[in-house]
Design a protein around this ligand. Structure first.
Ligand code: KG4
Ligand code: ZN
Length: 354
């Protein structure tokens, strides 16, 4: 069984072709292509939906062609077509979903509408779930630019929402703090890069809502916002009128602030995830989404899980940020479980996971 999937929920155009397990051989990723539009949106300071959808229209057919060539497969030989159908930007979702539906109708094959968050949630199992029952019960932490969710996974399609952010997503906090510091977009990798040389204990930043199962990162972001002019006033020889956003700190100050901010985010994510695993008596913790690419998060969550005798699975680094391989994988598991979508199914920009 070979599936083609498209992911166009935001500003990344992605196409993947995945072959399901066959006899002794496991799943085989035949192609996974991603075209980023970051440069095109950077000058506007954020994603412009109209530009994103126009670019999807240009990139998707090219990636489709390239993926089929790499996989050495004709589109008529594919067994199913899938696309992200939400959550995301309506005008972006429409492009991938329309292409997948058109292919499914044209070749008379099944169509699968996949929730983007389910793609992230299942990605730690990529390559090892040759049978449905291998998506074993777990506490799943999904941390991306748009979402921060703690989910209790009982099995495929059996999800219970435990907690979510009440304001900014973890990745959004990384992006906004990076912007305050005059660093590039996406902010997560930038902050992580400077944090490597920094002291995570130099600045005392808040860890919010520790007794709740929900998350809040906006207080932390605001704390950095108020700390910045103080740091500049105290440590830097700049004029008062230069003390405004973005605050360009150099050297050790920048490294220490990035490390302190990153540590505050990681502490909260790790603590709540472990508390959820204990409370719900689940022996496996998984983590996925763009922020789970962060090495400090991966390391600290792994260490605490080991100490707590919890099994720990994380999505491979390349699978953490948006891609179509995770959508193809979710579609494959759903197809194996006998699930199909109607081609009349609409995209849903607010598609809830549960
Ligand atoms: O999953 P993703 O690619 O897109 C969404 O579904 O939102 O996640 C993108 C987010 C961005 O906010 C980005 O800053 C963050 O993931 N991110 C990171 C790292 N790499 C990407 N955050 C922290 N550390 C990283 N290394
Ligand atoms: Zn995502």
């Amino acid at each position: 069984m070979t599936i083609l999937a498209l992911e166009t929920s935001c500003d990344e155009t992605a196409v993947a072709i995945l072959r399901g397990p066959n006899g002794d051989s496991g799943t085989d990723l035949l192609a996974s292509e991603v075209a980023s539009q970051i440069i095109e949106h950077e000058k506007y300071g954020g994603i412009v939906p109209e530009i994103a959808s126009r670019n999807h229209l240009v990139y998707a057919p090219r990636l489709l062609d390239r993926a089929a060539n790499l996989a050495k497969i004709g589109l008529s030989q594919l067994d199913a077509f899938a696309a992200t159908s939400g959550p995301g930007l309506a005008s972006s979702l429409m492009i991938g979903a329309s292409i997948a539906k058109g292919l499914a109708i044209g070749f008379g094959k099944p169509y699968l509408a996949i929730n983007h968050l389910e793609g992230h949630l299942l990605s730690p199992f990529f390559g090892c779930a040759d049978r449905n029952d291998e998506v074993v019960p777990n506490i799943s932490l999904i941390v991306s630019g748009g979402h921060t969710l703690l989910v209790r996974v009982r099995g495929l399609r059996d999800y219970q929402l435990i907690g979510q952010t009440v304001d900014d997503a973890a990745g959004e906090a990384f992006d906004k703090v990076a912007k305050m510091l005059g660093l590039g977009y996406p902010g997560g990798p930038e902050i992580e890069k400077y944090a490597r040389e920094g002291d995570p204990n130099r600045f005392d930043l808040p860890r919010s809502m520790l007794d709740s199962e929900n998350f809040s990162f906006s207080g932390l972001k605001t704390a950095v916002r108020y700390l910045l002019p103080k740091i500049v006033g105290h440590f830097c020889e700049t004029h008062v009128e230069e003390r405004r956003l973005p605050y360009k700190l150099d050297g050790q100050l920048l490294a220490d602030l990035c490390a302190s901010f990153q540590q505050a985010v990681v502490d909260v994510l790790v603590r709540k995830t472990i508390a959820a695993a204990r409370k719900h008596q689940v022996g496996l913790v998984t983590v996925s989404g763009g922020v789970s690419r962060n090495q400090q998060l991966r390391k600290q969550l792994g260490e605490v899980c080991a100490r707590e005798k919890l099994e720990f699975k994380m999505a491979e680094s390349w699978l953490c940020t948006d891609n179509a391989a995770m959508i193809a994988f979710a579609a494959l598991l759903r197809l194996q479980a006998g699930f199909r979508s109607k081609v009349t199914e609409e995209i849903d920009p607010n598609f809830a996971l549960v």
